[in-house]
Design a protein around this ligand. Structure first.
Ligand SMILES: C[S@@+](CC[C@H](N)C(=O)[O-])C[C@H]1O[C@@H](n2cnc3c(N)ncnc32)[C@H](O)[C@@H]1O
Length: 277
């Protein structure tokens, strides 16, 4: 049986706290979502009601319990080669172009914001390794970030259930890059080491990135309000090399948010590049 319904005041407190700390906007009509995601946190804290949990949160300044609540409010839905066409675009257009442009320095900088449990950065790596084996000799600086420490742990472990690998991962890649660990599959060590997984709040202070060739911020800005989206796109744009590519989620766009980008059609999808000055 579920816990008693969260009160409107407590709901508002949680919505405000989550918004301030992560930019995630929880609409008031999403009370059921807040309720269902808070209940496991309350249980793990050993309290019987959400009122008690919120009281605990109110009593102390922002700390580990608040962070746990923020993480519980994130949606971590992802899969290998999600939407397929962006990976097709990487293979057919984007990576060949970057390879040509960076042939002299043989250095490639990639950032995947909001990496969730890691399927997205690993899908990019598999594309690189399969389609452009010469890149193994390059200096690839690949950073993947997320706000959720729990998700980052999953990224680092690179361990996926049968169900998760069944979602989008070709069998040939499974046998080549994973090792069976009990009922799960783990990405091999040398592959996992190719990505640096770091905690970063897109709405907070960013890591000191180098100039970037390829940026993916997919399926996360949908949770933010317009000023936050604008701020993130501006910061990302300033970090991008003039030739760089940006991929957003299928329902996301830079349109009406940042006019420094132009949309480019690639392999049945679109990505964004910096407008020429
Ligand atoms: C729906 S998943 C998208 C994962 C992947 N990019 C994809 O497209 O499959 C959204 C991710 O954004 C992360 N997230 C939410 N708010 C964030 C924030 N303020 N800063 C960084 N990451 C955030 C969540 O923890 C979650 O892992």
């Amino acid at each position: 049986m579920g816990m008693p319904e969260i009160s409107p005041e407590d709901l508002n407190y949680v919505r405000e706290m989550v918004r301030t700390r992560s930019a995630i906007v929880l609409e008031p009509e999403k009370a059921y979502l807040v309720q269902s995601r808070l209940e496991p946190v309350a249980k793990s804290e050993g309290v019987q009601t959400l009122a008690e949990l919120v009281q605990k949160l109110r009593q102390v300044p922002f700390g580990p319990l608040h962070k746990k609540v923020v993480e519980a409010m994130t949606t971590n839905e992802t899969s290998f080669f999600r939407d397929l066409s962006p990976f097709q675009a990487l293979k057919e257009t984007v990576l060949p172009d970057l390879l040509a442009r960076k042939a002299l320095t043989k250095k490639l900088t990639i950032w995947c914001g909001a990496s969730s449990s890691g399927q997205e950065p690993y899908s990019i790596l598999f594309t690189i390794l399969e389609e452009f084996p010469e890149l193994k000799q390059w200096d690839i600086q690949f950073t993947a970030t997320d706000i959720s420490v729990e998700m980052l742990k999953r990224c680092q472990e690179g361990r996926y259930s049968q169900l998760e690998v069944n979602r989008g991962l070709p069998a040939s890649l499974l046998t080549k890059y994973f090792t069976k660990k009990g009922l799960a599959w783990q990405v091999q060590d040398d592959i996992r080491k190719m990505v640096s997984f770091r905690e970063m709040n897109l709405a907070g202070t960013w890591l000191p990135f180098p100039k970037l060739d390829l940026v993916l911020i997919r399926n996360v800005m949908i949770y933010f309000d317009v000023p936050t989206k604008k701020q993130i796109l501006k910061k990302a744009r300033e970090l991008m090399e003039p030739h760089a590519y940006l991929f957003l989620g299928g329902s996301e766009t830079t349109m009406n948010l940042d006019d420094g980008f132009e949309r480019v059609a690639v392999s049945g999808t679109s990505c964004y590049r910096l407008k020429k000055q």
